[in-house]
Structures are given as C-alpha cells and as structure tokens.
Design a protein around this ligand. Structure first.
Ligand SMILES: [Zn+2]
Length: 385
C-alpha cells in the first residue's frame, strides 16, 4: 500500500469477531472514543451529531467505555438552559501513550493523554548525536520517572518520531543521516526494553499528523508541511486525507528538493538541497538584515511554489525555523509564492505557521501509539505505566 489514511493508521472498522452485533458494537465504541479523542469533552447531543448513532445506543456505549476506564461522564457546567443538565463525556487523562523523540541535540520522552495533551515529559541534552542504544536506555529510565510523576496512569503503547527514513513496517529506521543511524530496528528494541507495543515513524509525517489532529491543519485534507529543525528540513504531505508515503515509504522528503545545482554539499550526498540553502545557520547569519532575510524568503517561496505545482494543497503549514522566517517575512514569502505560482487562482494561497510548537512530535507519535486502542477500545489491554 503506497498511502495510509491519516485519520486512522489502522482500519476504521474493527475486525469482525463473534456475532454481527459484537462487530457493530466494537465499531461504534471505536467511533465514540475517536470522537472524544479529537473533539474533547462532548455532550451526548454532540456525540449523536458526530457519530450518527442514536441517543440510547450512545448511553450504553458510553457506559462501556467508562467501564473500560477510557472516558468519564459527568454533568455539564451550568449553561442557564432550562431542563435537565446535559451529560458531558470526557476522555480520561490518565490513559496515556509514550512518545520518544531522538534528535541530534537531545532525547525527549513524553506522556501524552488520550485527549492529546502532553501531561509529563523528560528531556536530556546530548553533546553528540545519540546512538540507538542510548535512546532506548534513556526511554527506559525516563519512563520510570514519568511513572512516578503520573501515579496510576495506564499506557497504550510507545511510538518514536525519528528524523530519517522509516520503513513501512513501522519498526526499521532505514537511514537517519543526522543521527548516523542505519538499519536500526528501533520499535523492536523499545518493545523489549519497555514491554509495551511499539512503533516508529518519520518525524515530519508525525508532525503533520499532529497538526492535522489538533493544530493548524485541523479539518484540512490536502496539506503540505515543511519543518525546519536541528536535523534539517522535514517534509510531509496529506493528499485528500491520506499521508503521502511513496512506493517504499520515502516520499515527501521535500528538504532534499534541489534548489541550485551548484549549491553547497548536503548530508544526503547531493548538492544544493533546500535544507542546505535555507538552514538554521543561514537564518542566524542573516540576523535582522532585510535583504538577507528576503533572499531566504525567496528560496522558501520557490520551494512552496514547486510544492503547489505538485500537490495543489489547500494549506501549507510551516514549522520550526521556517515558521519563524514566515513570521519575519510573511509578505515577501506570500508575494513570492504568488509570483511563481502555476495555478490560475494563486491569490488564495493559504500558508500557516504550525500551531503545536514543542509538543508537536510528541503528540504526533502518540497518535500512532493510540491508533490500535482507538480502532478497538474493548480489544486493547492497557498496561500500568
Ligand atoms: Zn539533500
């Protein structure tokens, strides 16, 4: 399969087990938990609207989700409305996923609650790129500390966001050049170390996934994402609600689109890639000098215009230092994109700065770890953290 559904990394419909009624019940539990996962606290009336289920069905399903320890239901705040107070269904914030982000300058492990909030984290700065073994040892000790912070939290699994190419198996880091990792079966190592279901994804894909779920790209189905970080420029694209993966899972590496053939040598071995022509050092060197910033804004505009030719996105989301450059040079970037645009109605180009900041990769990785639970709430056993 060359693509994956952004809305559910696992099938939306739970596998059929037992009777047809059982199948329907599991499907409905999934729909309900998914609705509160993305929509936050919802009244039964809102759940009826969002899921299309009738109120009496929802009552039984909410009771079952509450019994599974996944949601709580309580009376809504006083709204002044006449009649019985509406009951509000909330995702329980003591149900968490662990999210690991290994990068060239730091290791980070977060606990993300099923409402998408980061409830605890540990970060460790490193002087040189961490090895996979260091990352796993860090995850193990940080998880013990988070367990002390969070008391009786229950965990669905662990997922890592890695700056590099990740195979479609969700286990193997094929090549993370900035970390110097090649052929590392990271999910297998995490699973053994933490005794939790584990999975691994590309950092930019997970960043876009987070922005789509809770941030700047919420509700938008065709999105191009560019993020500038210590590990260069990560790219990802959501096309009609599906994450672009390419034939072998390596699609969307927009940081390595060629900007100038006589440019600087890139970590990928080629020359003049976007991430060598527009990187954090060049941005620092430009300081607040208008002409230097405009030159960098021009490079970003050219890259965005090329991506618009390829994908015709409804929205372009910029994160990290690219988001900072966009804040500094918004008019120059938007004018540049319009001038270089191919499509006729280029006036409506929509660019936004990513919204989730330092929580983005933790939230995106947690989305992966929560996917099996969301697909089958009654079929996934949570573990004590
Ligand atoms: Zn490159």
């Amino acid at each position: 399969m060359a693509e994956e559904r952004a809305g559910s990394d696992t099938p939306r419909v739970a596998p059929a087990r037992g009777s047809r009624n059982d199948h329907t019940r599991r499907h409905n539990l999934s729909a309900l938990l998914t609705a509160v996962h993305y929509g936050g606290p919802l009244t039964r009336a809102q759940l009826t609207r969002d899921t299309g289920l009738n109120r009496s069905t929802i009552g039984g399903l909410v009771a079952e989700l509450a019994e599974l320890g996944l949601v709580i239901e309580d009376a809504a705040e006083e709204t002044g409305a006449v009649g019985r107070p509406s009951l509000i269904v909330r995702p329980r914030t003591d149900v968490v996923a662990l999210a690991l982000h290994p990068d060239v300058d730091a290791l980070e492990l977060g606990a993300v609650a099923i409402d998408g909030s980061v409830v605890a984290r540990r970060r460790k700065s490193v002087v040189s790129s961490p090895s996979p073994e260091e990352a796993v040892v860090f995850a193990q000790s940080a998880a013990r500390e988070l367990a002390r912070d969070l008391g009786d939290a229950r965990v669905a699994g662990v997922a890592a966001a890695v700056p590099g190419l990740v195979a479609v198996d969700g286990d193997t880091v094929v090549d993370a050049p900035h970390l110097g990792w090649r052929g590392v079966r990271l999910a297998t190592a995490l699973q053994e170390a933490l005794d939790l279901p584990a999975t691994v994804g590309n950092d930019a894909n997970l960043g876009l996934r987070a922005e789509w779920s809770y941030g700047a790209a919420r509700g938008v189905d065709t999105v191009v994402y560019l993020n500038g970080s210590a590990s260069g420029i990560g790219g990802a694209a959501l096309i009609g609600g599906r994450m672009l993966r390419g034939g072998r899972g390596y699609g969307g590496e927009f940081g390595h689109m060629m900007i100038r053939s006589d440019g600087e040598r890139c970590s990928c071995g080629r020359a003049g890639c976007l991430e060598t022509e527009l990187n954090a050092e060049r941005l620092d060197a430009a300081g607040h000098e208008a002409s230097a910033l405009d030159a960098l804004a021009g490079i970003l505009a050219a890259a965005i215009a090329n991506l618009e030719v390829a994908f015709d996105p409804d929205l372009v989301v910029l994160g990290g230092y690219l988001g900072a450059l966009y804040d500094e040079r918004r008019a120059a970037i938007e004018t540049g994109v319009r001038d270089l645009a191919f499509r006729p109605d280029a006036e409506d180009v929509a660019i936004a700065r990513a919204a989730l900041g330092g929580n983005r990769l933790l939230i995106g990785a947690a989305e992966r770890a929560f996917a099996p639970l969301l697909a089958d709430p009654a079929g996934v056993a949570l573990r004590a953290l």
